[in-house]
Design a protein around this ligand. Structure first.
Ligand code: SAM
Ligand code: SF4
Length: 332
């Protein structure tokens, strides 16, 4: 029997998020600067290295892999990585292979993702208005994402829409978004904007989800659900329309005690927490040590560094626990 990965606070690590690229075809205002300096290619893990590392985690008890970025579907050859990971679904070692995407490339890839055993995907979308969409993503076109969503639906993928709650931006679309997801059969999760990367104007954009939830309660019966994913999401059902809605509230709700996840960057650094700097360089280990035992030992050592929690806090109009790195670096 292989010993599972247990951190110093007795939490079993069963969920790995893998960022496969720092690049993206969008430049969302809250995520990236317009002029980004991307990593040189030699810094990136190759697709073979991504396979080796992800597979090492699976062999140590990780049951769920989420592929993210940057935009994962803009990485060249990424479908061969999905095909490779599907062998762990076939063997039963992995319960779930999934991805978070901006949806721009889904029209091209949805059918093959489904063929690789992907069952559910998260698609990030903050507005249903063409002009606002291009404003918030700087470079995106809403119609392209809508085509992607249609292809994903046609391929039988279950879809969850992730929407960053932004004061003064999509407050007025709250019910439009809820009704649209309801009509399309999508789940909907709202995310509080986090203090990552370029912070200009961020405090003004912060729309606490407790306020958003109170607005939902003006129209619907909000029924809390017991469902927990080990992450920061909490779920409710809107009674009258039977719509599931999630809230990711790293700022108003402390979720760290049940955290079951770690994050691998596209350069092979393992971050133990989204909001802390504790990390280990697994690329170095992998490039210096060809044995699987060496890599497994390095992963176990890294997990020992997992901190109790993060320190994000917007209280008193200051931003505590702010992280200078961009969300696209650790994969959101
Ligand atoms: N490009 C893909 C996408 O947009 O879904 C995957 C990577 S993106 C970094 C992952 C998630 O992080 C997206 O849902 C995005 O909205 C969210 N995100 C990025 N910056 C954020 C911030 N400052 N606060 C909260 N969420 C953020
Ligand atoms: Fe790209 Fe996703 Fe960041 Fe938007 S949130 S810039 S789509 S990585």
């Amino acid at each position: 029997m292989i010993q599972p990965l247990i951190d110093p606070f007795d939490r079993a690590i069963s969920y790995l998020r893998v960022s496969v690229t720092d690049r993206c075809d969008f430049r969302c205002l809250y995520c990236m600067s317009e002029q980004m300096n991307f990593l040189p290619k030699v810094e990136l893990l190759t697709l073979e290295e991504l396979d080796r590392l992800s597979s090492a985690f699976v062999s140590l008890g990780v049951r769920k892999l989420r592929i993210t970025g940057g935009e994962p579907l803009v990485r060249r050859g990424i479908m061969s990585f999905f095909r490779a990971m599907s062998r762990h679904l076939d063997s039963g070692a992995l319960d779930e292979l999934t991805l978070t995407t901006n949806g721009s490339q889904l029209a091209k890839h949805a059918a093959e993702l489904a063929a690789c055993g992907v069952r559910r995907i998260n698609v990030s979308l903050d507005t249903l208005d063409d002009a606002k969409f291009t404003h918030i993503t700087r470079w995106g076109r809403l119609s392209q994402v809508m085509e992607g969503l249609k292809a994903a639906k046609d391929a039988g993928l279950k879809i969850k829409i992730n929407t960053v709650a932004l004061k003064g931006f999509n407050e007025d679309e709250l019910f439009t978004l809820v009704d649209w997801c309801n009509a399309e059969g999508f789940e909907l999760t709202f995310i509080e904007v986090m203090p990552m990367g370029d912070m200009e104007g961020r405090l003004d954009q912060y729309w606490p989800l407790r306020d958003l939830r109170a607005r939902l309660a003006e129209r619907y019966t909000v029924i809390p659900l017991a469902e927990r994913t080990g992450g920061p999401a909490r779920y409710v059902r809107l009674g009258e329309i039977d719509q599931k809605v999630g809230f990711i509230t790293p700022l108003t709700h402390n979720f760290c005690e049940s955290c079951n996840r770690v994050r691998l960057t596209c350069t092979g650094e393992l971050y133990m927490c989204l909001g802390q700097e504790d990390r280990a360089d697994l690329r170095e280990v992998m490039r210096n040590d060809p044995t699987e035992a060496g890599l497994a030992a390095a992963i176990r050592d890294a997990i020992k560094l997992k901190p109790k929690g993060h320190d994000f806090d917007y209280d008193r109009q200051t931003v505590a626990g702010q992280m200078p790195r961009h969300m696209s670096h650790t994969g959101g």
